[in-house]
Design a protein around this ligand. Structure first.
Ligand code: KG4
Ligand code: ZN
Length: 341
């Protein structure tokens, strides 16, 4: 029988302090997430300094809980995995320092993981049959990438945002219509009461780059619409604005993704990242993939937003390739996908 590989994974790149134990890349034995959302809500967004301090306060507790829930000891672990970029530098440093300290003290190997690679790998957890190659749309608070997953750990980015990330657009528009932080889940919820065809917002085309995205024009169009209603003294229907904005984002994400799937002749398509938990987005992709006879994969919402189980899944495939990091591993806030440091 093949030896089983257990990985303790740590994630602290933004405002979630998370640890998980993952067996053989696909089986989550524990998944602990301490969300700082409530702490940042009063500021309308993540405050990096507060995030770092809270990570320091919570990280040991979260790791201990992950081992306890998995019914494992530290010495049962084959590797300590940690997100080392991209993300907020102070926040990343907490996880990286913690992972290095545990690895140094225990002698258990250290594996650094790219955060986006983690998001993509979240798809492996519940879809046991999913294997590369496939196309993945990664839409989170900081990233909007259309990626060809050629093999485990081998990626080609074919589209990216030129300005705001999809999640960032959700958060900014939510703030403008008075829904507060974090905007994505709130827009998702109120949109269910609204008419997505009530207001026509633009679907941005980006120059000669077929798969790139741009969301800042859409955000401005929403702000202009709100200002013009206020100037004319017209009532604003928040649910209609939210639903129409959401549809404009989804239309572009779906069109670009389906074009890529056709062009690259893949019959597998996956989504990942916080925005991938959006209910209307999931429905739209489900329908289009069914029409095109393409297998559609998506993680459960808890594995879409930041978590450490996805880092453990990605780390397994890195570990199997023999990738180990030294104690000189550093936080890399702008680490590129596919780049290994
Ligand atoms: O992946 P994630 O947890 O963190 C980053 O790596 O950025 O993504 C967070 C983003 C936020 O912008 C949040 O508003 C968005 O994901 N989000 C959603 C939904 N849930 C979270 N956006 C749209 N609909 C949702 N249901
Ligand atoms: Zn993320």
């Amino acid at each position: 029988m093949e030896k089983e590989i257990c990985i303790l994974a740590i994630e602290s790149s933004c405002d979630e302090t998370a640890a998980a134990v993952v067996r053989n890349g696909r089986e989550v034995l524990s998944n602990i997430i301490y969300s700082q959302i409530a702490l940042h809500t009063e500021y309308g967004g993540v405050v990096p300094e507060i995030a770092s301090r809270k990570h320091i306060e919570k990280i040991n507790q979260v790791i201990e809980q992950a081992l306890t829930d998995a019914d494992k000891e530290l010495y049962d672990m084959d590797a300590i995995a940690v997100t080392y970029g991209p993300g907020l530098v102070g926040a990343l440093l907490v996880g990286v320092s913690e992972a290095k300290a545990i690895s140094f003290a225990s002698g258990i190997p250290l594996v650094g993981v790219h955060h986006i690679e983690g998001h993509i790998s979240a798809n492996y957890i519940e879809n046991k049959d999913l294997e590369p190659p496939f196309i993945c749309l990664v839409v989170s608070g900081g990233h909007s990438h259309l990626v060809v997953v050629k093999d485990y750990g081998t990626y080609e980015i074919i589209g990216r945002t030129r300005d705001d990330a999809a999640g960032e657009a959700f958060d900014k528009v939510a703030r403008a219509i008075g829904l507060g932080y974090p905007g994505g889940p709130k827009i998702d919820k109120v949109s269910k009461e609204g008419n997505p065809d009530a207001i026509h917002f633009p679907r941005a085309k980006v120059g000669n780059s077929e798969y790139d995205f741009s969301f800042s024009g859409l955000k401005s169009a929403v702000l202009n619409y709100l200002n013009s209603c206020r100037m004319k003294g017209e009532e604003i229907n928040t649910a209609d604005v939210a639903a129409s904005f959401q549809k404009a984002v989804i239309d572009v994400l779906v069109e670009h993704s389906m074009d890529a799937v056709s062009k690259y002749h893949y019959n597998k398509f996956a989504i990942a990242g916080g925005v991938a938990s959006n209910s209307a987005l999931r429905r739209a992709f489900e329908e289009r993939c069914k029409e095109k006879n393409i297998a559609f994969y998506h993680p459960s919402p808890v594995y879409c937003t930041d978590n450490a189980a996805m880092i453990g899944a990605a780390a397994y495939y890195e570990y199997q390739k023999g990738i180990r990091h030294g104690f000189d591993l550093n936080a890399v806030p702008n680490l590129r996908l596919g780049e290994r440091i």
